[in-house]
Design a protein around this ligand. Structure first.
Ligand code: IMP
Ligand code: MG
Length: 182
């Protein structure tokens, strides 16, 4: 696994510090609200698991699974719901927890869809942001790190379902995915 990584982009220590900082901020901002953290599977599970433990106010969690990528590295723009949320969203203050905001196509679709269900508010918390690649009109409310336009893996992020278990965020060697296409 390690031999496919070009270099570490964000270390475990940097991740830990940033997640703690976001957790404090969210706890303060949602003190008098009805916080429901929504994790978009599977990429955000590691971030979600760490972030929720840095939240000091009552909150609930739920999960949804959508697919927009297949096994490539560029988004298709087509979002398919594979698993929907279970909790009633009426009057809830939603915080959508994402691994990475890239084109933003996936998240803008999800946000619009969830808005229709009587939510009180919806905000977006993304660990990584790749603003250079943005196509949809969407701005995250909480951002961990702004990253360059390179394909990154680890801390939940995958390439072809692999590397999610790396404890840090690393840049994948381009030959790993160019090889797969040929
Ligand atoms: P978007 O709809 O283009 O914003 O795509 C968002 C999704 O694409 C993320 O939730 C990731 O699953 C995936 N993605 C985008 N960029 C990367 C990357 O650099 N590494 C791994 N997955 C990525
Ligand atoms: Mg993915």
């Amino acid at each position: 696994m390690e031999q496919d990584i070009l270099r570490t982009l964000i270390s475990e220590e940097q991740l830990h510090q940033k997640v703690a900082q976001i957790g404090k901020q969210v706890s303060a901002d949602y003190q008098d609200k009805n916080l429901l953290m929504v994790s978009v599977l599977k990429g955000s599970v590691v971030f979600m698991a760490d972030l929720m433990r840095e939240i000091s106010i009552p909150c609930e969690i739920d999960f949804m699974c959508v697919s927009s990528y297949g096994s490539g590295t560029k988004t298709s723009g087509v979002v398919k719901i594979i698993k929907d949320l279970d909790i009633d969203l009426k009057d809830r203050d939603l915080l959508i927890v994402e691994d990475i905001l890239d084109s933003g196509m996936t998240l803008s679709y999800i946000k619009e869809m969830l808005k229709q269900r009587g939510t009180k508010s919806i905000k977006i918390c993304t660990l990584l942001d790749k603003p250079e690649r943005r196509k949809a009109d969407i701005t995250p409310d909480y951002v961990g790190f702004t990253v360059p336009d390179e394909f990154v893996v680890g801390y939940g992020l995958d390439y072809d379902e692999k590397y999610r278990n790396l404890p840090y965020v690393g840049i994948l060697k381009p030959e790993v995915y160019t090889k797969a296409v040929m």
